[in-house]
Structure formats: structure tokens, C-alpha cells
Design a protein around this ligand. Structure first.
Ligand SMILES: Cc1ncc(COP(=O)(O)O)c(C=O)c1O
Length: 309
């Protein structure tokens, strides 16, 4: 028998689920990491822990300090969860359009949450967080959009976990990008081990990663108004833009066909991954990640609309 002493032990080592039934005939095998089962409910527990540990090791983060970060919410939840267990205070700058569920979770974990006008972008959140940290003093900012520990953890832990579970390297990945940490780390890991594998970077329509003008979108956690240093687009064979309606259609399909309750970015990932499965065909394997769950978005109109459709 093993009794877990701290939730930190439970970050990562998520199950790998066969999602091939979603792809239809004549397609590659589709496997997905169930990142929603991390203790904080999302894939961002992983970089939250690795950024905190790297900062402690480097001496940038010391007892009594406050962790300050701009976040769409999931990184904040991860940082607050790990921060709590390690005794750090937390303060986050969050675009006001993000779900109330994520904001409530951060607050319940003791974080000070500053909502940023919904017309302002993530770059404004970064600036406001920097000003706050300077003014307050004794703060550490992980800076997930430029911290190398963010992509490194996907390369060093997430990728190798997949190989251990699958027994071989996938022939392609389709991975949604916000900071790009997950995509960049997994693409680096895969290129090193299976050079001809296809690496697709996924964003919502309205994000600027392929040079389009910024628009608005409802999916949370992926896409951005700038290309962050943690997103290495030179690793991308293709940047796939998925419309909100298509992402939400995949959320509904995953619920009805696999019993999976997923957030919107998982729907975008599944949509692109299914397209890649068709392109690669039978005998190949495609990997994606399912970053968080539906319960994080229940108050959002798109979820209510899905029930009625
Ligand atoms: C729900 C969700 N999906 C996907 C991502 C994208 O992950 P990354 O920052 O590694 O690109 C995030 C990041 O916050 C997220 O919250």
C-alpha cells in the first residue's frame, strides 16, 4: 500500500487514453494524455511545479516571497496549489474573460486575483504583473511566457511518460499552444527520437501564431496576441487554426462517444489530431493532450448551448 503524503507527488504520470474511436475509418491510432486528472485539474500543474523548483534551486524564490504571474487561470491554479504546499503567497493577473470557475479555484487556494479588463491582452497582464511585483517587493515572477523550465518539463517528463506508456514514439503530434511550452517541449522530444514525425501546433481562429490579425475566440488557454519566446514555431510543420464551433463540436463528441468531459482547448486539440490521423493513415499513431475538463467552464454560454444543440 502507498499513501500519498503530498499532492505534489501526484502531478504528472497521467493516463494515456486510446481515442481512436473518435477518428472514424481509415485513420491512424489516436492517443491522448488525460492531463485533466492532475491535482489542480490541468496540464499547467506540470510547468507550475517545475518553474517553482527551478527558481528555488537557483535561489530566486525564497521563503516568505510572493509568486506573481499573468495567467489564463490554469497556471495560476497550479502555482497556487504548489505555492500553498510550499508556503508561498500568490498573486495573479487574469484577463476578465476567463471562466469564473478558474478564478474561484485560484481564490480558494488563497491567491490574490486581479482581473484585467477584457479588452486588454495577455501582454497587458504581463506588464501589470511586473508593475505589481516591483511595487510590492519580495516577489518572484515565473514568467511562463519566457521561462525555459516551461518547455523543458514537457521535453524531459511529459514526452518520456508517453514513450513509457506507448512503448514506441508517435508519428505525429497535434498540440494546442498558449505559452507554447507543451508544444515546444514535446516537439523537441519527438524530433530527437523520431525525426520524420509530424508536429502540428494548434491555435484557435483569432490567434496570431500564423501571422493572422488578432480576433476574438471563446476557447481558453490556447492562442495569443503575440508569439511568446516559449513557443518555437520553427518546430511546427503546420499551424492549425480551429474555429470555436469545431472545438465545441469535438467536446460534445468526446462526451457522447467516450464519456470524456473536456474543456474547449481539448476539443481544438482533438479536431486537429483527428485531421492528422487521417493524413497519416492506418499503421501510424498520433499523440495529443487533453489539458483540462468541462467543469472548469460550466458557467460559460458555449457549454449551455451544447446541451441544447
Ligand atoms: C486549458 C489549456 N489548454 C492548453 C493550454 C496551453 O498550454 P501551453 O501553455 O503549454 O501552450 C493551456 C495553458 O494555459 C490551458 O490552460
Amino acid at each position: 500500500m502507498h499513501v500519498t503524503k503530498s499532492l505534489i507527488e501526484l502531478i504528472g504520470k497521467t493516463p494515456l487514453l486510446d481515442c481512436t474511436p473518435l477518428t472514424g475509418r481509415g485513420s491512424a491510432r489516436l492517443v491522448a494524455k488525460l492531463e485533466l486528472v492532475n491535482p489542480g485539474g490541468s496540464i499547467k500543474d506540470r510547468p507550475a511545479l517545475s518553474m517553482i523548483e527551478a527558481a528555488e534551486e537557483a535561489g530566486f524564490l525564497r521563503p516568505g516571497m510572493t509568486i506573481v504571474e499573468p495567467t489564463a487561470g490554469n497556471t495560476g491554479i497550479g502555482l497556487a496549489l504548489v505555492g500553498n504546499l510550499k508556503g508561498y503567497k500568490t498573486a495573479f493577473f487574469v484577463p476578465a474573460r476567463m471562466s469564473q470557475e478558474k478564478i474561484t479555484c485560484m481564490q480558494l487556494l488563497g491567491a490574490e486575483v486581479h482581473l484585467v479588463d477584457k479588452d486588454l491582452g495577455m501582454q497587458d497582464c504581463i506588464k501589470l504583473a511586473q508593475d505589481f511585483a516591483e511595487k510590492t517587493g519580495n516577489c518572484y515572477m515565473p514568467q511562463q511566457f519566457e521561462n525555459t523550465a516551461n518547455p523543458d518539463q514537457a521535453e524531459d517528463f511529459l514526452g518520456p511518460e508517453v514513450h513509457e506508456q506507448l512503448g514506441y514514439y508517435p508519428d505525429g503530434i497535434a498540440i494546442g499552444s498558449g505559452t507554447g511550452g507543451t508544444f515546444t517541449g514535446l516537439a523537441r522530444w519527438l524530433r530527437k527520437n523520431h525525426a520524420s514525425a509530424k508536429c502540428w501546433c494548434v491555435q484557435p481562429v483569432g490567434s496570431v501564431f500564423d501571422g493572422d490579425k488578432k480576433g476574438s475566440y471563446q476557447v481558453e488557454g490556447i492562442g495569443n496576441s503575440f508569439v511568446p519566446p516559449t513557443l518555437d514555431l520553427s518546430l511546427a510543420d503546420r499551424i492549425v487554426s480551429v474555429a470555436d464551433t469545431q472545438s465545441f463540436k469535438r467536446v460534445k463528441q468526446a462526451a457522447s462517444e467516450l464519456g470524456l468531459l473536456l474543456g474547449g482547448s481539448s476539443g481544438a486539440n482533438l479536431d486537429a489530431a483527428i485531421e492528422l490521423c487521417h493524413e497519416l493513415g492506418p499503421g501510424k499513431t498520433v499523440l495529443t493532450v487533453l489539458p483540462d475538463g468541462l467543469e472548469r467552464y460550466l458557467s460559460k454560454p458555449w457549454v449551455q448551448k451544447l446541451i441544447k444543440e
